[in-house]
Design a binder for this molecule. Structure first.
Ligand SMILES: CC(=O)N[C@H]1[C@@H](OP(=O)(O)OP(=O)(O)OC[C@H]2O[C@@H](n3ccc(=O)[nH]c3=O)[C@H](O)[C@@H]2O)O[C@H](CO)[C@@H](O)[C@@H]1O[C@H](C)C(=O)N[C@@H](C)C(=O)N[C@H](CCC(=O)O)C(=O)O
Ligand SMILES: Nc1ncnc2c1ncn2[C@@H]1O[C@H](COP(=O)(O)OP(=O)(O)OP(=O)(O)O)[C@@H](O)[C@H]1O
Ligand SMILES: N[C@H](CCC[C@H](N)C(=O)O)C(=O)O
Ligand SMILES: [Mg+2]
Length: 494
């Protein structure tokens, strides 16, 4: 969909321009490696590199126009230049203009929070499909255009990709799109220029301080999403979270809430919680759900509230919601022949790990002989991510498990043993005896299986749905669920 530069710059505040604003643009990119004739290259200052240093390369590759914060001293005659205050923010508006505002032509709902984004977005997507709508999904696990699955590398893609996907969703007849909004995405303006019909806040706990610096900045990043919601949108928050109300402080959107503890627009109560599911009372109706754990009661309530705010009948919503299963890698169970219960879960933050282990603790019962199943936890922390959570996660694992095996997650560009040593500093001395460190994740899972007795529970935390392990820039095939199944089979347990 070619457009003139002038059309693309609608609503963008310009500091200066040079060259023809009638030039025709056929492609929009922030990556010089993807530039060709007809491209508008947008120079964005990143965390590793500065896009401005690639302007010459972009021109060598045939760029038609350059948008930047600082105009280069030497300019090429045939190229149009646009100077703006903030390239990444301008890019959001330009991407929306390029694709003709797809977000305004469907109902786009964003979910933010430390934990629960994928769960809530995926449940909403599945719910609305079961209610008969064509839908889109942008999530950590995958993007989806109705039943077409598109692999993803980010929780929230860059703003050009988002608009590109939204237009494809529209063309496929989608009416609703559910997306995760990561804090990185808010800060890096990956959601700039999008018009949301609603925003949902799940919770906020420790994560990503490597990127945001302080917890306050992290809160501000999440809040930034609600600050940019329009008047027509709803802003649905979890008021049981300490920061739930702060999120809505400056939003102009309609303020709505959900809670398991206090007065709220959508009020729920957990009546029973077992390894088979949740029994809840929601707005005077009693319902069984297939999801496990109190944290999922919050996710279900958020989904229910959003669906009602989007105009659906409460009764229909609860009926469909009660049939839904958890998203992949979220409390996914793999059970051995001798009834060792393997649980693969994407808990990769202290809060998530604590929630999952507390859920497991609440669900384990003694066998006929009165012996309580033991909990064996296999966990690691990702490289090139928040290092402060490493000792905390090891400590939580020790506190709530009978045996702990510390292992690698995605080491990325870090030395796996160095990450493990940082985790080890969190092990309370009384727990040294119950803790092992096994760098190789497959060996760690195998060891957990060897330690397990019938009815014991093995939690493999941190990688959930991931089907790879990223080591030094290479993604090797690795799937906790498969490795666990193989280990059960090899140990003669299956
Ligand atoms: C730390 C971070 O968020 N990085 C994201 C960021 O990259 P960056 O700022 O480091 O970019 P950079 O490498 O410094 O490059 C700056 C600019 O130069 C351009 N460039 C670079 C090289 C070149 O040859 N030519 C060129 O034009 C780049 O395209 C970029 O526009 O902008 C890029 C483009 O949008 C993202 O792909 C990249 O995600 C990296 C891969 C990443 O790992 N991000 C993670 C931390 C992330 O975003 N995670 C959140 C989820 C977190 C959660 O809630 O759990 C997510 O939304 O996925
Ligand atoms: N509402 C919740 N509160 C606390 N913990 C949760 C909640 N929902 C899920 N979890 C835990 O957090 C893990 C990650 O859940 P989910 O993938 O839904 O979160 P996310 O916010 O999408 O994470 P990411 O930041 O990686 O995208 C789950 O496997 C579960 O252990
Ligand atoms: N969206 C999160 C995922 C973390 C998953 C964990 N397995 C890890 O690699 O640290 C991130 O990019 O930080
Ligand atoms: Mg996610």
């Amino acid at each position: 969909m070619p457009k003139s530069l002038k059309d693309l710059l609608y609503k963008v505040s310009l500091l200066a321009t040079s060259g023809s604003m009638d030039a025709e643009i056929t492609n929009l990119t922030i990556d010089s490696r993807r530039v060709g004739p007809g491209s508008l290259f947008v120079a964005v200052r990143g965390t590793v590199a500065d896009g401005h240093t690639f302007i010459d390369t972009a021109i060598e590759q045939g760029a038609t126009a350059i948008l930047c914060e600082e105009l280069p001293a030497n300019r090429a005659d045939q190229v149009a230049y646009i100077q703006v205050q903030h390239s990444a923010r301008a890019l959001g508006l330009i991407a929306a203009n390029f694709y003709e505002q797809p977000s305004q032509r469907l109902k786009l709902v964003g979910v933010t929070g430390t934990n629960g984004k994928t769960s809530v977005a995926t449940l909403l997507f599945r719910l609305f499909r079961s209610l008969g709508y064509r839908c889109g999904l942008l999530s950590t696990v995958q993007n989806q255009i109705d039943d077409q699955v598109i692999p993803t590398t980010h929780t929230t893609p860059d703003v050009v990709t988002i608009n590109e996907l939204l237009i494809r969703m529209l063309e496929t007849g989608c009416t609703h799109v559910f997306m995760e909004v990561s804090s990185h995405a808010v800060v890096q303006e990956r959601i700039a220029g999008l018009t949301f019909a609603g925003g949902i806040f799940t919770n906020i706990t420790h994560d990503h301080l490597d990127f945001h610096g302080t917890f306050d900045n992290y809160i501000k990043a999440k809040k930034g999403f609600f600050d940019l919601l329009p008047l027509t949108a709803f802003a649905l928050t979890n008021v049981d979270d300490k920061r739930g109300l702060v999120m809505l402080q400056n939003t102009v959107a309609r303020k709505e809430s959900y809670s398991l503890q206090t007065l709220a627009t959508f009020k729920g109560k957990v009546l029973a919680d077992s390894l088979f599911g949740l029994n809840m009372q929601i707005d005077d109706r009693e319902v069984w759900f297939k999801l496990i754990g109190r944290f999922n009661a919050y996710n279900l309530l958020a989904v229910y509230g959003a669906a009602v705010l989007l105009g659906e009948e409460a009764e229909d919503v609860l009926t469909q919601l009660s049939g839904l299963t958890p998203p992949p890698g979220r409390f996914e169970q793999v059970i051995s022949e001798t009834n060792v219960v393997g649980i693969v879960d994407y808990a990769h933050t202290p809060d998530a790990l604590q929630n999952v282990l507390e859920t497991i603790d609440g669900l384990r019962h003694g066998d006929e002989a009165g012996q309580r199943p033991r909990v064996i936890t296999v966990v690691g922390c990702g490289g090139n991510r928040d290092a402060a959570k490493r000792p905390i996660m090891a400590e939580i694992a020790c506190k709530l498990s009978d045996r702990v095996i510390l292992t690698s997650d995605n080491p990325r560009n870090e030395d796996p043993m160095a990450i493990l040593e940082q985790m080890q500093t969190g092990i309370p001395p009384v727990d040294f005896k119950k803790t092992l460190t096994i760098e190789d994740r497959r060996d760690a899972i195998r060891q957990a299986v060897l330690l397990a007795r019938p009815h014991d529970i093995i939690l493999v935390a941190g990688k959930g749905h991931e089907t790879y392990q990223e080591i030094n820039g290479v993604k090797y095939d690795f799937d906790d669920r498969e490795v666990l199944r193989e280990a059960f089979a090899n140990a003669g347990n299956q």
